[in-house]
Design a protein around this ligand. Structure first.
Ligand code: NAI
Ligand code: SOE
Length: 386
């Protein structure tokens, strides 16, 4: 059997990470790349050793050789690209968020289902072995009912008023920033581990820098440190740097999380603590090899990732022996492995439930973000309408 031919649309920060992850599978060929213009596409194709370079995503979608597309552009382009890709008969692996609002995301869920195409949204943190282990511990009933969940997702890459990215602009990133950009990962992970859905939220949001200095030329994510003062202009900011959200879930769990993109020293600190009847679990994405297990009637434990002692469920998501750390690129590779495994076995996503997040999960996250925005405006508990 020949290799699955795939195309990557958008090659800034995350696009090349997708390229590397799919190449690790061995049976997928990254056959084409599409960028904002032909020059950039050719430059990126050469740098990534990809044979075909397209100056528009429409040209890539018209290529009959391409079976799967990865959507790795700024958020505002996800909906039109995904819609066109499905209409072109391609399976779609989309970055989060799936769309700019729940009307669009609901339409994409229906369209993918009508066409029977394989679809995924990149909530990649699910695919860390210790998050799979946490899921196994909670959902097997081993540690009892989930009582309370607390946590945060903190970053510092937008700490200074001179830090800038397209995510700051509502037209490109969406009306919510910190909650949609990183809170969505946190909520997805908590739903995944607990098996519970968010039912209502109460949110407080804040814009720390109401004016930011915008670079006069476009820059890729995390690239702003290279600019000097004459490269900027002052612009007003409406998207939140900070948010704290109280929530309730349909299985009875309740809790609170904080997201923030101006926390010095916190690079990508997704942290949760899940307090259950018989034990608690805590995990920090920056300390990826350890799962803390808290106990009342015995010593607390730190479970180090090691295939020889993980549950049979979590073992499937780890490749290296303990002490040989696996991190962000490995989680992405695990996700690609589940997604492409589904594609090559010709499974119908309408008949067999994928073990990876699909457009349904992408839609759910957008519904939560919309409830958060409404709650913050009304200063009231707000139902999540899926
Ligand atoms: P970026 O700004 O670094 O890269 C975006 C790329 O899209 C650039 O190369 C840009 O030239 C290209 N692009 C813009 N317009 C285009 C068009 N019309 N056709 C083709 N390409 C076009 O952004 P970054 O950080 O890579 O984010 C991209 C997406 O990935 C976002 O939706 C973001 O939320 C998501 N993301 C997810 C991560 C995860 O861990 N799941 C990590 C980082 C980003
Ligand atoms: C920036 O906040 C970012 O790259 C997000 O867009 C990603 O989704 C997250 O995984 C890491 O941080």
């Amino acid at each position: 059997m020949g290799k699955v031919k795939t195309g990557i649309i958008g090659t800034g920060f995350i696009g090349p990470a997708h390229v590397e992850a799919v190449r690790r599978l061995g049976y997928v060929e990254v056959a084409a790349v599409a960028e904002a213009n032909k020059d950039l596409a050719e430059q990126k194709a050469a740098a990534l050793s990809i044979p075909k370079a397209y100056g528009s995503y429409q040209e890539l979608l018209a290529d009959p050789e391409i079976q799967v597309v990865h959507v790795c552009t700024p958020n505002t382009l996800h909906y039109p690209i995904v819609k066109d890709a499905l209409q072109a008969g391609k399976h779609v692996y989309c970055e989060k968020p799936l769309a700019m609002n729940s009307r669009e995301s609901a339409e994409l869920v229906k369209m993918a289902d009508d066409l029977g195409l394989v679809n995924a949204v990149n909530f990649n943190y699910r695919f860390y072995p210790l998050n799979q282990e946490a899921k196994a511990k909670v959902q097997s009933g081993e540690i009892g009912r989930t009582l309370v969940i607390t946590g945060s997702y903190l970053q510092d890459w937008l700490l200074l008023p001179t830090d800038y990215n397209w995510r700051i602009e509502p037209d490109l990133g969406g009306e919510s920033r910190a909650v949609a950009d990183i809170g969505s990962h946190w909520c997805d992970l908590i739903s995944f581990i607990t098996g519970q859905k968010f039912t209502r939220v109460y949110a407080d949001l804040a814009v720390v820098h109401k004016t930011r200095m915008k670079p006069k030329k476009a820059i890729e994510t995390y690239a702003g440190k290279e600019l000097t003062p004459e490269d900027y202009e002052a612009v007003p900011v409406t998207t939140e740097d900070y948010g704290t959200v109280m929530f309730e879930m349909d299985g009875g769990a309740r809790g609170v999380f904080t997201v923030c993109q101006v926390c010095a020293g916190r690079k990508n600190r997704l942290y949760y603590e899940i307090d259950c009847e018989k034990a608690a679990l805590a995990y920090d994405q920056e300390d990826v090899e350890r799962l803390w297990i808290g106990r009342r009637d015995g010593p607390n434990q730190v479970l180090m990732r090691d295939p020889s002692i993980l549950s049979s469920h979590a073992k499937q998501y780890t490749s290296y022996p303990g002490g040989h750390p696996e991190g962000y690129p490995d989680g992405l590779k695990n996700f690609m492995s589940s997604f492409y495994g589904f594609v090559i076995s010709d499974k119908d996503p309408r008949k067999e439930k994928p073990d990876f997040p699909t457009f349904i999960d992408g839609h759910a996250e957008i519904a939560i973000v919309e409830a958060v925005l409404t709650s913050a405006k009304k200063q009231a508990w707000t139902e999540v309408i899926y």
